[in-house]
Design a protein around this ligand. Structure first.
Ligand SMILES: Cc1cc2nc3c(=O)[nH]c(=O)nc-3n(C[C@H](O)[C@H](O)[C@H](O)COP(=O)(O)OP(=O)(O)OC[C@H]3O[C@@H](n4cnc5c(N)ncnc54)[C@H](O)[C@@H]3O)c2cc1C
Length: 410
């Protein structure tokens, strides 16, 4: 018998014995990607499942994902494409429920899909098809959904979790935290998962916005005048690099290459940008020999969008014809173009972040079942946990895999 007694967020009559307590085998908080997968799997294994969400429909982030087409997984999903204080934690769940398992489900529902780029799989039609598929899987498992229901209290006593929501109360020996991270608060995203986890004694790795545009200030604010210009670049932060498109914005830098590197960036750090990843060594000196009357501006103009070429040439301060410039100066310019340093002064924050890095510390969870090691019956899955994927379908794959793992363990 469980001796501990916890309660959380009891507002007014929220935790008062106003109504009968409905009994379930598991209550899942959050009907997003991870919560729906977990509910479907547990339900189909014969568990009585209650799935609660404050939103009025399930899977709202799925609906807006991938520009409405949901980048639902990635062909190249592998542990090295995830960030976590424990880089091994996700291996068990991801190997037991892989991208191919999810593709198999999508195919069973005859949802047409395509690979856009870099292994990223999108629906041909609409993200709604993914939500409908998961809702159907939940229905097959007899899952009861309580939508538009704010959770007002969670208590743990006598081996059971008591959850108050709306005017109802439910009890179950298992409780799953699947309320995601705080990215995009205007969609109802909250840090509730962290509060609940801390309440039950779990640690939380400091969360921060990820897959998020970076902002530029000081002298670098001048680059903001390039707003709308994009180019294929390599971005670097520490030992991590990405070759994709970057986009200048009126606040700083965005585009896939920047969003990717933002997950690794910390305040005070510089990022490096290679504006000409396709060029070989000493290409400017070689151009000088082939076209001595060309200029740095015209050389860049042939390889980059015009406004970007102009801005970079101005900052390189190498006026005149290449033939009149030394190889040393040209090689130094080339090195700078291959590793242009930006020191972002921040990010656009949770309002624009696709995900959150950090979250419930995996040290307190079983990698096999997602159950808290010291709090029997408490599970945490999806973005709430300190596992964050790259851009490109990796985050949904983690949501499916962790939801599947918990759903099979409950
Ligand atoms: C604009 C955007 C586009 C994205 N596109 C992609 C993509 O194409 N591919 C990809 O892999 N990832 C994408 N992501 C990331 C992906 O959406 C998340 O990683 C994923 O949804 C996490 O799943 P989850 O179930 O853990 O959390 P969520 O899907 O966020 O679900 C959490 C649920 O909990 C509910 N909730 C929160 N607080 C409470 C509370 N207190 N009480 C009750 N319910 C609560 C929320 O309403 C929500 O339904 C995108 C994210 C954004 C913001």
């Amino acid at each position: 018998m469980q001796a501990t007694r916890h309660s959380l967020f009891c507002h007014g009559s929220g935790c008062a014995p106003v109504t009968a307590v409905d009994q379930y085998d598991v209550v899942i908080l959050g009907a997003g990607a991870a919560g729906m997968m977990c509910a479907a799997v547990a339900g189909q294994r014969g568990r009585r499942v209650l799935l609660i969400d404050r939103a009025d429909e399930p899977g709202k982030k799925i609906l807006i994902s991938g520009g409405g087409r949901c980048n639902f997984t990635n062909l190249h999903a592998a542990p090295d494409r995830y960030i976590s204080a424990n880089p091994h934690f996700m291996k068990s769940a991801m190997s037991r429920y892989s991208q191919h398992d999810f593709i198999g489900m999508v195919d069973r529902y005859c949802i047409a899909w395509h690979e856009k780029t870099l292994g990223q799989l999108f629906c041909d039609g609409s993200a709604r098809q993914i939500v409908a598929m998961l809702a159907e899987e939940c229905a097959m498992g007899g899952v009861e959904m309580a939508l538009g229901a704010d959770v007002t209290g969670v208590e743990h006593r006598d081996g059971a979790y008591f959850v108050s929501f709306g005017a109802r109360r439910a009890a179950a020996p298992a409780l799953v935290i699947a309320t995601g991270g705080p990215s995009i608060p205007k969609m109802g995203a909250t840090g509730y998962a962290y509060d609940l986890a801390r309440h039950f004694g779990l640690k939380v790795v400091e969360p921060r916005p990820a897959l998020v545009p970076l902002t530029l200030g000081g002298d670098e604010a001048l680059f903001r005048s390039l707003s709308g210009v994009s180019a294929e670049v390599i971005t670097r932060c520490g030992k991590t690099s990405f070759r994709e498109a970057a986009l200048f914005t009126h606040k700083g830098l965005s585009g896939p290459a920047i969003l990717q590197i933002s997950s690794y960036w910390r305040h005070g750090q510089e990022i490096g940008v290679d504006f000409l990843p396709a060029e070989g060594e000493a290409w400017l000196a070689a151009l000088k020999r082939a076209k001595p009357r060309a200029t740095v501006r015209s050389a860049l103009g042939g390889k980059l969008p015009d406004r970007l070429a102009e801005a970079l040439a101005e900052r390189l301060e190498l006026a005149g014809e290449l033939g009149n410039l030394t190889d040393k100066a040209l090689n130094a310019a080339e090195r700078r173009l291959a590793d242009w340093r930006f020191k972002p002064n921040g990010t656009e924050g949770y309002a624009k972040a696709e995900v959150t890095v950090g979250g419930i510390d995996t040290a307190g969870l079983s990698s096999k079942s997602m159950e808290a090691k010291r709090v029997p019956g408490l599970y945490a899955i999806g973005e709430a946990v300190d596992v964050t994927g790259w851009l490109g379908g990796y985050n949904f794959q983690w949501a499916w895999a962790s939801g599947w793992a918990a759903g099979n363990a409950i």
